[in-house]
Design a protein around this ligand. Structure first.
Ligand SMILES: *[C@@H]1O[C@H](CO)[C@@H](O)[C@H](O)[C@H]1NC(C)=O
Ligand SMILES: *[C@@H]1O[C@H](CO)[C@@H](O)[C@H](O)[C@H]1NC(C)=O
Ligand SMILES: *[C@@H]1O[C@H](CO)[C@@H](O)[C@H](O)[C@H]1NC(C)=O
Length: 439
């Protein structure tokens, strides 16, 4: 309720404030309903909130901008120029910071933040060449930004800020560049100056001695463009064996084509963990029995992909009917729907649903997605009857495979309705799980 009110307040303020771009997005938000707008879990916006740009993420939340940004990212890619944490803490005039955080100056804060966001995808290849004219791009805020190459350092720059981490976070719907300092739109600077009724003072403290980044213990300098957690260039669907589950995938050699990771070993490891954890024998059994599936998972992980497995517990599996299991390929399809091609932990999923309400995850069962939302202080997957709670968090997490225990078996939305209600319900299969010592 609170959240809805905040969203409404933000929407109203923005309506007054913003360029046609954002204004156009708002009626959509107003019209959206329960099945409408949901953000993708691999969205750049979700990534921002989980990134090391914690100061910026906090301000975006304080500025009540999440809802309108969620709309914006639904219609175009976003490029976010993210000031380093220090730029928003130590380097910022404390008086200016206080000004921004005063509730009555919410509009200034929003303008400031939106001026760091361009409604288009500008990766580092889109930067102008060193000697060419700066490229101007409208932002969601009041002022445009100008991309150039700083003559001194040769670093890419946006207005007066050097881009110290180009392409720091790359997602299908946008990109985040780390920048050296805050960009302050003129309107905000003027507001601030007016409020202080003093003569104009630059809000940013002049640069002092060279700094060491306390997090990395390195001098602040351009970091290698190695976006954390980014998958191999090829989308996972292109890397999967054709017709999931049908053709047995060719067994990979001990070190697969790009065997940076021992995928097969990790898959074995997590199945073991699942067996020893207790209460997940059915799922573990299926994974052991369907060897092609385990091999396929191992191969994907070997090639650098990451996976999150939502494992239904034994009670949930016992409720499956013969009908649901007897179709050829049905167990594979069920398992593929429970695999998310991202590395998610309980914390990351909970944070995402808490902030966005609903989050949509891709699954390996193309093109079906899975919706998650916050419920009872936990994460609930699926909707209505066919939903399941995150029940045993982080059963297995090794950085590449994450296994989360859930208390229901999930089906894509279109399939839940008919089958389960009638006679089929009675033909419940009780699959007896054999304990499997040390296999
Ligand atoms: C919800 O929104 C979608 C798209 O905006 C629309 O197609 C659908 O009919 C709406 N559903 C309801 C129940 O209003
Ligand atoms: C975002 O950019 C990607 C890559 O350029 C493109 O495929 C995609 O369609 C864009 N999304 C939107 C909403 O414009
Ligand atoms: C796994 O295979 C064994 C032996 O073939 C079979 O008895 C068991 O029911 C299978 N389990 C599942 C969950 O398919």
């Amino acid at each position: 309720m609170d959240r809805r009110f905040c969203g409404l307040a933000a929407a109203l303020l923005l309506l007054v404030l913003l360029l046609p771009i954002a204004a156009a997005a708002l009626p959509h938000r107003a019209a959206s309903n329960a099945t409408g707008a949901q953000i993708n879990s691999n969205s750049v916006l979700v990534a921002l909130l989980d990134s090391h740009y914690t100061e910026l993420a906090e301000l975006v939340e304080k500025a009540l901008l999440l809802q309108s940004l969620e709309d914006a990212v639904g219609r175009h890619n976003l490029t976010i120029f993210a000031p380093r944490n220090e730029a928003l803490e130590r380097d910022l005039d404390p008086e200016f910071r206080r000004f921004l955080l005063e509730p009555r100056n919410l509009r200034s804060l929003q303008t400031l933040l939106l001026s760091h966001i361009v409604p288009a995808r500008l990766g580092s290849p889109q930067w102008p060449l060193p000697d060419s004219r700066p490229a101007r791009h409208p932002t969601l805020g009041s002022d445009p930004v100008h991309l150039s190459v700083a003559p001194g350092s040769g670093l890419p720059a946006v207005d007066s800020a050097e881009v110290v981490r180009p392409d720091d976070v790359v997602r299908p719907d946008g990109v985040i560049h780390g920048i050296q300092r805050l960009l302050i739109p003129r309107a905000v600077q003027e507001d601030f100056n007016r409020r202080r009724s003093l003569r104009s003072i630059a809000a940013v403290i002049p640069e002092g001695a060279p700094e060491v980044d306390p997090r990395t213990h390195r001098l602040k300098k351009p970091a290698p463009p190695a976006p954390a957690g980014s998958a191999p260039a090829l989308p996972i669907y292109d890397a999967m064996a054709p017709g999931p589950s049908l053709a047995p995938a060719p067994a990979p050699g001990p070190d697969g084509p790009r065997g940076h990771f021992h995928g097969e070993a990790l898959v074995k490891d997590f199945i073991h963990t699942l067996l020893h954890y207790g209460g997940y024998n059915e799922m573990a059994d299926i994974l052991v029995n369907l060897t092609s599936l385990a091999v396929e998972m191992g191969r994907l992980v070997s090639e650098g992909y990451v996976l999150t497995v939502l494992a239904p517990n034994d009670e949930a599996m016992a409720k499956l009917t013969t009908d649901q299991l007897s179709e050829p390929g049905a167990p594979e399809q069920i398992v593929y729907y429970h695999i998310i091609p991202e590395y998610q932990t309980e914390e990351s999923m909970y944070n995402a649903v808490r902030r966005f309400g609903k989050v949509r995850y891709d699954t390996l069962r193309l093109p079906h997605k899975m919706v998650a939302q916050e419920a009872d202080g936990s994460v609930k997957f699926g909707q209505g009857d066919g939903s399941a709670y995150l029940f045993d968090p982080d059963i297995y997490t090794d950085g590449r495979i994450s296994v989360q225990g859930i208390d229901g078996v999930l089906f894509p939305a279109e399939e839940t309705a008919p089958a389960s209600t009638t006679a089929a319900e009675k033909k419940v299969v009780k699959v007896v799980a054999k304990p499997r010592e040390g296999s």
